[in-house]
Design a protein around this ligand. Structure first.
Ligand code: 5AD
Length: 347
């Protein structure tokens, strides 16, 4: 194990079999060494800085029926909403004076989101806040559509690959969704020079050490600028409602490995991690994460954007409570910074 960790640190790469071994045989000692090395790397590139992103959940209407997700099309108990352009801009107006310099527009695959509609919103945000980055997280779209969004000024795009194993992907998604299209979208985003984020859930149903090894290999080869990794948490209105949640322990272990694969990656301590453990965000940062994404959505949107049971949106998770988040980060030796927080290339 120690040898593998040293190899990973030095070469930023392992074979699939080695990744699998590292996951399968993990223990407290390995986790400790990995997190220490991950923190060392993150400090070389990003110091003690923690970047913040204001998350705006712009719609929970979705044409997809992903088996794990609370806002899946088939969930009749989900009360649907979509924010107007004015409401979205108001979220930015609230976030800017608090120090947010990245706005993440996240939503389901809502067919109301035409290119024109989105480009208009992106242009308006960029006009009003030219020193801010706009990140989109709106699912799969065509190359032409991504191109228009990029030309309108969007800087970054988050599209979790969910799993890098095709068979596993097909167990998490209905037949009308395609692994190949997901991968194609990610490649297109890169081609268009979006700072691109992929990612996956930890402990999703049918996940194994072998599928996780493929996730790690994919990250190693795809070289995303960002990567969202959080525990799977069951949602009561999905067919996965009785599956157990992923663990903090494995999530943090994987965060450390990803930091060693890619020392300069932007790696959030996710809301899901904060939702299953009251100290989850801090544990994520202490494992090598360097980003947090507090929620800037209007209160009733927060209540309705339920991807999983008991999703956190209050306390330090609320963008308005930035001071609380600052204190929590300071208590573990880190500092929230309010610059744009771009990816530091070439490290
Ligand atoms: N548990 C954890 N994460 C989830 N997501 C969706 N549903 C769940 C769940 N039940 C994640 C997916 C998606 C992102 C927006 O939220 O990975 O890409």
């Amino acid at each position: 194990m120690i040898e593998l960790i040293n190899k990973l640190e030095k070469e930023q790469s392992l074979t699939l079999a080695e990744y699998e071994f590292l996951i399968e045989n993990r223990n407290e000692e390995a986790a400790k060494i990995l997190s220490e090395k991950a923190v060392e790397k993150r400090k070389e590139v990003y110091g003690n800085d923690v970047y913040i992103r204001g998350l705006i959940e712009i719609s929970n209407i979705c044409k997809n029926d992903c088996c794990y997700c609370g806002i899946r099309r088939g969930n009749k108990n989900c009360e649907r909403y979509r924010l107007t352009k004015e409401q979205i801009l108001l979220c930015c107006d609230e976030g800017y004076p608090l120090g947010y310099r990245t706005f993440v527009l996240q939503g389901g695959e809502d067919s109301h989101f035409s290119d024109d509609f989105l480009c208009d919103i992106i242009t308006s945000i960029k006009l009003k806040y030219p020193d801010c980055a706009v990140t989109l997280s709106l699912g799969e779209r065509s190359f032409e559509s991504y191109k228009k969004l990029r030309e309108a000024g969007a800087d970054r795009y988050l599209l979790r690959h969910e799993t890098a194993d095709k068979e596993h992907y097909e167990k998490l998604h209905p037949a009308d969704m395609s692994f190949d299209n997901r991968m194609e979208c990610l490649k297109n985003l890169k081609k268009l020079r979006f700072q691109t984020g992929c990612g996956f859930m930890v402990g999703s149903p049918y996940q194994t050490s072998a599928t996780l090894a493929k996730d790690l290999k994919f990250i190693e080869e795809f070289r995303p600028e960002m990567c969202g990794i959080g525990p799977f948490i069951p949602h009561k209105d999905t067919e996965f409602s009785n599956f157990p949640a992923g663990t903090v322990e494995l999530t943090c272990y994987l965060l450390s490995i990803v930091r060693l694969i890619s020392p300069d990656i932007l790696l959030p301590a996710t809301t899901a991690l904060g939702s299953i453990d009251s100290f989850g965000r801090e544990k994520g940062i202490l494992s090598g994460a360097n980003v947090v994404m507090p929620n800037l959505s209007p209160e009733d949107a927060k209540q309705k954007y339920q991807l999983y049971n008991n999703k956190l949106s209050s306390g330090a998770e609320a963008a308005a409570n930035k001071r609380m988040l600052e204190e929590r980060m300071e208590s573990i030796g880190y500092k929230i910074v309010t610059n744009i927080g771009n990816h530091k290339k070439g490290n």
